[in-house]
Design a protein around this ligand. Structure first.
Ligand SMILES: Cc1cc2nc3c(=O)[nH]c(=O)nc-3n(C[C@H](O)[C@H](O)[C@H](O)COP(=O)(O)OP(=O)(O)OC[C@H]3O[C@@H](n4cnc5c(N)ncnc54)[C@H](O)[C@@H]3O)c2cc1C
Length: 525
């Protein structure tokens, strides 16, 4: 029997699921079609190493989701379907080889005491920055939470000017334009604090000297200080399971194992999709694709959207360097040389200074395996022991950054140019670095699962070259330019065909922004 819905979604990433939840709650019939056997895209939890060890294979930090406008509206309904979050009071820390370290805990006195031990001047500046944040946050979140247009920006600019005056508005604009290094060196003297905050830029593709990169380190640090971090109880996929269940409750369907191979469109715009198994699905009001602009044009529209500018923009769309994941099952948490306190932190960043981050980024964009990448060590079981057998732990290790295609090894040791061969050898380098900061960790490893940039892309084609946020976030491809100039509002040249997902404004991460903003607009029709 032919299937027919008001809205048909390509891919079951969290943005598409959020949009489907919202539209279904407004009475639309929705059908979501996902190529993988599991929905969720970059949100996926699996027993990847050993039975009983639940690893968030990709995304783990649910702070953006918990703080999102989508969650504010639909969180209660999702909680009825089992969505559960676990807070982390000790958020992120950076140890250095000297043994000095800085970490941000939700308790301001604890954070400030750590800053004081490094530099009394920085401790004062930290407290000031935290106090100022309340005045800056509404304006910054207004930008990130608005569909992107000149009119929206002008309105936010006007309101900011009324609240903060000319000097305050210019100061915020300067923050938006600054590189992480400019912002951090202007505010803090201690290399440990600079490194701890600067590491957040590297979660996107903001190495220390990239303009526009200061915003995320600032926001994540201040939000973590004010609210702490959160992970999903039992795994990040708690959000996916709850959204899928809510869609079902509202009469919608999420079908997995269904690769979408084309979008049907004619003079009336898009009216359905074609599946790899030959089936067609009709969309009465909207086709919503949660893919990259390149995949939309090349794979789903046969290379021609009907607008040469859009097609050229889609082909020009730039992806950032790759990510590699190393998942470990451990008999116990690492014994960090910097101190036992580090065992309590959700994230331990192994990136002792801004210069090493800049070097790792430079090597990765040049196609080289970095001598020393930035390593994000996620200790989820420190806050959510339910993810591993009693007394055991998982370690979530994100490697930033690595090349999507290997041209060489900056250390001159790994000779293979193929991730299928180089992956395990590079994971050994990563584990060796962890061992340097936490001697004895290797002996605690019970199981290991590695996903290279090539694996990431194979399991989710939106992660081109292992780019974990589906497109560079540099200023030339952000704000009004995301995914390309003139197309920041989720429309495409094909009527009734919309593009959402991390490649579109407001970008990567689990804020459900593009899905929710588009669904709000469609739902009002
Ligand atoms: C390793 C890693 C770690 C991350 N860590 C965090 C984190 O801790 N916190 C955070 O906020 N963000 C994190 N992110 C980023 C965040 O996970 C992503 O930006 C976000 O999940 C993107 O969501 P999306 O809605 O764009 O869809 P995606 O998650 O990209 O999912 C798209 C889905 O569409 C499917 N699809 C694509 N093409 C087709 C087709 N033709 N037919 C059918 N289905 C198709 C794919 O299989 C996929 O399931 C991380 C990402 C990665 C990779």
């Amino acid at each position: 029997m032919a299937q027919e819905y008001d809205a048909v979604f390509v891919g079951a990433g969290h943005n598409a699921l959020a949009a489907a939840v919202h539209l279904a709650s407004r009475g639309w019939s929705v059908g979501v079609f996902e190529r993988n056997e599991t929905p969720g895209g970059a949100v996926r939890t699996e027993e990847a190493t050993l039975p009983g060890f639940r690893h968030d294979l990709y995304a783990t930090n649910l702070g953006l989701f918990a703080g999102s406008a989508f969650f504010k509206e639909h969180g209660e309904a999702l909680a009825r379907h089992g969505l559960a979050l676990v807070p982390a009071e000790d958020c992120f820390a950076t140890p250095t080889p000297s043994g000095r370290w800085f970490g941000v805990s939700r308790d301001l006195e604890q954070t400030a005491a750590r800053a004081e031990a490094l530099s009394p001047q920085d401790a004062r500046r930290w407290r000031e920055m935290v106090a100022e944040f309340g005045g800056n946050a509404p304006h910054l979140f207004a930008i990130l939470g608005s569909p992107m247009s000149w009119r929206a920006l002008a309105g936010i600019g006007w309101r900011t000017w009324r609240a903060k005056g000319t000097a305050g508005t210019l100061e915020l604009a300067r923050l938006l334009a600054s590189s992480p290094r400019e912002f951090l060196e202007q505010n803090f003297v201690s290399p440990e604090i600079r490194a701890a905050m600067g590491a957040w830029g590297m979660h996107l593709d903001f190495a220390p000297d990239i303009a526009g990169g200061a915003l995320f380190p600032y926001l994540e640090s201040m939000v973590d200080q004010a609210m702490g971090m959160v992970v999903g109880k039992g795994g990040a996929d708690t959000i996916v399971r709850a959204m899928v269940a809510r869609i079902g409750e509202l009469g919608g369907v999420v079908q997995t194992g269904c690769e979408v191979t084309g979008i049907r469109h004619g003079t009336g715009g898009a009216d359905g999709i074609r599946l790899a198994d030959g089936r067609e699905v009709t969309a009465r009001r909207a086709v919503v694709a949660g893919v990259t602009p390149g995949a939309l044009v090349e794979r789903l529209l046969g290379g021609d959207s009907g607008d040469v500018g859009f097609d050229a923009g889609a082909r020009r769309f730039r992806h950032g360097p790759g990510t590699m994941m190393v998942h470990l099952a451990l008999s116990d948490l690492p014994d960090w040389s910097a101190g036992d306190e580090l065992k309590r932190f959700l994230y331990v960043h192994l990136a002792p200074d801004l210069d090493m981050m800049a070097k790792a980024y430079g090597e990765a964009v040049a196609g080289l395996l970095p001598v020393e990448p930035l390593i994000v060590v996620g200790q989820q079981t420190a806050v959510d022991p339910s993810r591993a057998p009693e007394g055991r732990h998982t370690l979530w290790v994100q490697v930033r950054m690595v090349p999507g295609e290997i041209r060489g090894d900056a250390a001159g040791i790994i000779t293979s140019r193929d991730w299928a061969e180089a992956g395990e050898a590079y994971a050994d380098r990563v584990v060796d670095i962890i061992e340097r900061y936490a001697p004895g960790t290797k002996a605690k490893i019970l199981g290991r699962h590695v996903e290279t940039p090539a694996d990431l892309e194979r399991r989710n084609p939106n992660l081109v070259g292992g780019d974990s946020v589906s497109g560079s976030h540099h200023l030339s491809q952000n704000f009004l330019f995301r995914p390309m100039p003139g197309w920041a509002r989720y429309r495409t040249p094909v009527e009734k065909l919309y593009l959402i997902g991390a490649s579109t404004w407001p970008g990567g991460g689990l804020g459900a922004g593009s899905g929710y903003m588009l669904a709000q607009e469609l739902g009002r029709r």
